[in-house]
Design a protein around this ligand. Sequence first.
Ligand SMILES: Cc1cc2nc3c(=O)[nH]c(=O)nc-3n(C[C@H](O)[C@H](O)[C@H](O)COP(=O)(O)OP(=O)(O)OC[C@H]3O[C@@H](n4cnc5c(N)ncnc54)[C@H](O)[C@@H]3O)c2cc1C
Length: 549
Amino acid sequence: MNPQVTYKPSEEVDFVIVGSGAAGGILAKGLSTAGFKVVVLEQGKWIEPSDFSHDEITTFVEAQLTNNDKDQPQSFRKTPQDKPRKQQSIVYGRLVGGGSVHFTANFWRFHEIDFIERSRRGAIPGTGFADWPVTYAEMEPYYTQVEWEVGVSGLAGASPFDPPRSKPYPMPPLPVKSSGVIFERAAWKLGWHPYPAPMAILSEPYGGRAGCIHCGRCEAFGCEVGAKSSSLASVIPIAQQTGRCEVRTQSYAFQVKTNRHGRATGVAYFDKDRRRQFQKARAVVLSCNGAETPRLLLLSKSKHFPQGLANSSGLVGKHLMFNGYHEVFGTFDEPMNEYKSVAVTRVLHDFYEIDPKLGFYGGGGLDARFGTTPMGFALGSVPEGAPTWGKAYKTWLESFSRTMIVASHATSLPVETNSITLDADLKDAWGLPAMCTTYRDHPDDLSTVRYFRDRSLEILDAAKPQKIWTFPVQEQSFAVHLLGTCRMGNDAKTSVIDADHRTHDVPNLFLCDGSSFVTSGRGQPTMTIEALAFRAADRIAAAAKRGEV
Ligand SMILES: Cc1cc2nc3c(=O)[nH]c(=O)nc-3n(C[C@H](O)[C@H](O)[C@H](O)COP(=O)(O)OP(=O)(O)OC[C@H]3O[C@@H](n4cnc5c(N)ncnc54)[C@H](O)[C@@H]3O)c2cc1C
């Protein structure tokens, strides 16, 4: 842990931020460098980069970096009429830096259309499809700020579909891998426009941090050299250096307290010894992600806020979106050694908006990747009909180093019944109601994923591998992109926060993370989460300086 100031919980700080992930880390930096006293409550531990492990058992089975089923069990159901069953359907980073530490680091900007799609396309029955209260033009300087302050590699102007930008990337793209070369050549044959993937991974030393060493452990792992541009590696050290920001670890927030005037007074939490504590603050920011932020608001119900805090609209937890995802595998004759380096080096956005004449709404992107570990390949990627035992299985396993994936990333519509709620029966290890996820893909989302599966098959067909295989497109019941559950908007009846991330109901309570999204984008939401966080920090700091918080 870096040296930092410490505050007593009884001391009233300017801001308490709950969550130190993609958004929370940036808010901590923004508010502390603006001169405010900040306490960040983070339920996870501080893990030193040198302690990140490449071990698959610690990472996937023991959930070293993520929320785990033992302490924080969850339930899932497809519709509100179904009985929830115990199932871990939401996975996120549970450590200082949150998901930005262990994510794959694909880093796409939204395009102009993402913010105004409802106006362009019209209503979609059965959904809460809406425009954002901000436009791409307002977000552009903040996307640029993310690229330069957090550190993003890429090639400006390489995709003809890219939205306008005010500055190039601060560093060149990462070197292309075999999968990228194969994808690029096949896509060119089809007349499409592949380009170097923008990644939140340093392709060269930058800002005192090391460049990527191409170890091949990005997806689901932490980066021991700090080349992955997590909040832990980039913005949190700056916040701590201000001497005004304390990151308090193993501090699990369970209630935002309010007074009789309906203002937030601070946050109650369990400390590392499971003792109840209360951090006093003049204002509260929740950045717990698209699943835990609504859960904390629902846990914070009180006499004045009987439906949960900031929930006069009844929309806290609703309109949950995941992003569609699908993989098609190709095995080639020659070794590709895709287990090395970053997961993705080429992407294409030719189908960012699917032609509405096809009869369904959707859009997305394709990339060439292989982030799969040997264990994941052996247990999770076996095609139908392949041997699962003995010598034949062993021979099949050897195709690991000759295989690549074309992955689809797609829109997900905001359906009101898709939601995060509190489970009526299940409790976590602290005795709090567990999270219940209700989710069923909109039929257009499934059509969109099928559309992208077909484009992926076309690419691999054009690449002529030895073998192509895939899995059926199915309704999702597991997610890592957690979006839309406390949506932004100008109308307090149809949204939870305003365009400055202030809740409509509580004047000194702000929410900023994946929950703020109005629509899902086309995948890779974290760049937009971080751009929103830089913008929110500016707006909140300015309002506080004007005495309006
Ligand atoms: C394996 C994997 C790969 C991914 N790859 C990509 C990718 O390539 N590109 C992309 O854009 N996205 C990717 N994502 C998603 C990405 O990680 C998230 O979009 C992003 O981290 C969300 O940011 P956030 O600020 O909303 O929340 P988070 O980063 O999840 O941060 C929330 C923080 O709040 C803490 N917290 C939650 N509740 C409490 C509480 N009650 N008290 C105290 N602390 C609390 C959590 O521990 C966490 O640290 C991936 C995710 C996974 C799991």
